[in-house]
Structure formats: C-alpha cells, structure tokens
Design a protein around this ligand. Structure first.
Ligand SMILES: [Zn+2]
Length: 275
C-alpha cells in the first residue's frame, strides 16, 4: 500500500477562521469581517493505492471556483472570506491520469471527510466509484440548509448517489467510532467531530506508520499540538484534537491535514508527530 498526495490548487481564508480568538464578538462575524487574510494554503486530496483497489480521500477543488457565477457571491462567506486559485490542470482528475490512475475506472472508493467545497469540488471526476459520505453530514450539506451553511450541494454531480454511513460505536485505539474500509483493516474511517459535527478522518497503516488523513480536524499540525481549534468548528474540536494526540502517542503517526503547507516535507521524510 502507498499513500500519495494531490494538491488541487490553493485557498486563502481569514486568519480568524484558522484559529479561534477570544472575546465577545461572534466568531462568524470575525471570520467575515476580519481584515487579515492568512497566507495562501494548499488544498490536498489523498490517494491510497491498496491491493483491494484505489481509494481516494476527498476530491479537492475545481477551477470553476474562478468562473463567474459558480460561487454564490450573495453568501457572505463567499463574498468576503474566501479566495480560490485552482487551474483546470490542478483538478484531481487530470492529476490522477498523470499518475497512471484513470479516475473513471480505477478508483474503487472515494471517502469524503466532509462536504465543504474545497473537499467536494472534484466529485464529478468519479462517476463510477463508490462515494462514501457520513449520513448526517450529507443531510446537513444538502438543500437550502446546506447552501446557507456554506456548502454547494447544487454543484454536486447530478448522478451522485453516495453510500451513506453512520460510524458505529466501534473503538479503534483512542477513537470511539470507527469502521474498516478494507478487508485487512489497514484502512479505517474514524469519527473526528469538530470542524463539522460529522467529520470523518481516514487512517491508513503502512509498514507500521499510521498516515492520518485528517481533513480539517485542524488546519496545521501546530494547531493540533497547541489544541487550537479552528475558527468555525464546534465545541467538540478539542476532544477530537486530544484523541488524535493520544493516538499519536501510541502509534507513529504522520499527520496530514488538508491545508498544512508542511505536508510534502512531512511525507517525504516520514516525519511523525513527536513530543
Ligand atoms: Zn472544511
């Protein structure tokens, strides 16, 4: 089994979205009207090249975010608080083809950590894969409720018929809810609530190293170690960050959040979380 990363362009958000700050002003107002942009950060998706078939974790973003009318600019978040830089060749489909993987035929499963657009923007590349989404996340992201919450359900492919899952109370090390993805149990989905209530992370064990495909549990490893939740998450973020840290104390863990600029170095050098 091999773990590969694919960078599908870059995104820029407000500093107040990256980490929560103290005070009385509601956090969402700080995210929208904060005057400091953070640096551009990568948007990663992952490929697990497993003998039972290729598994993709998240699908990255689409270049259409730069096409006028694609993003709902009436929505304050898209009007004020996010910028994308994605070129057509940055999308996950063309990048997989370059790696010798045909997204139409060779990808058995696509697992979504959650459905925010920078994770779901490449779904259209996988018409023939089983697409696995948490049942409650799918509900929260669907329809008008989803659009108001910042999801783009009207941009999902019309053919989308995901396999909806509800992770069972099946303990996996420090995580209360989990489900195996592969028969050998080397690829697991675990519940990591916080950034969104029903966020999933994927853990793949390769030669004794645990690759932790973290979605947006935190934007960086630094934020994980400092137990700094992001600026839009729920109260459960900190418990999730603690579970990840406890997991990494038992198992050598390579932490792979979707937007951490240090990911390439971490993967190349097999740098585990250390204390
Ligand atoms: Zn997100």
């Amino acid at each position: 089994m091999k773990i590969l990363k694919i960078q599908t362009g870059k995104v820029r958000i407000k500093e107040n979205q990256i980490s929560k700050s103290k005070g009385y002003v509601p956090q969402m107002l700080k995210v929208l009207f904060g005057n400091k942009w953070a640096d551009w950060v990568p948007i990663y998706a992952w490929v697990i090249d497993h003998e039972e078939g290729v598994i993709v974790v998240d699908t990255g973003e689409t270049y259409k975010t730069s096409v006028r009318g694609y993003l709902p600019k009436w929505h304050p978040y898209y009007a004020l608080a996010v910028d994308f830089d994605v070129k057509p060749e940055d999308e996950i489909g063309p990048q997989l083809l370059k790696m010798g993987i045909n997204p139409d035929k060779d990808v058995k499963k696509v697992i979504m950590t959650h459905l925010h657009t920078d994770h779901a923007g490449g779904l259209h590349h996988f018409p023939n894969s089983e697409i696995i989404i948490d049942k409650n996340e799918y509900q929260n992201a669907s329809g008008l409720k989803g659009i108001l919450a910042g999801y783009l359900p009207h941009r999902w492919p019309k053919w989308l018929k995901p396999t909806l899952i509800d992770l069972p109370n099946n303990r996996y090390f420090t995580f209360n809810k989990s489900m195996p993805v592969t028969r050998d149990g080397k690829v697991m989905m675990v519940a990591t609530p916080g950034h969104v209530e029903n966020h999933i992370s994927v853990i793949a064990e390769v030669d004794g190293l645990y690759y932790f495909m973290a979605g947006d549990t935190s934007y960086t490893e630094k934020n994980l170690l400092e137990l700094t939740p992001d600026g839009i998450g729920t109260k459960r973020s900190i418990d999730t960050l603690k579970s990840i840290i406890s997991f990494s104390k038992i198992n050598p863990t390579i932490y792979l959040p979707s937007h951490d600029p240090i990911v390439p170095q971490r993967m190349a050098n097999k740098e585990i979380i250390s204390f």
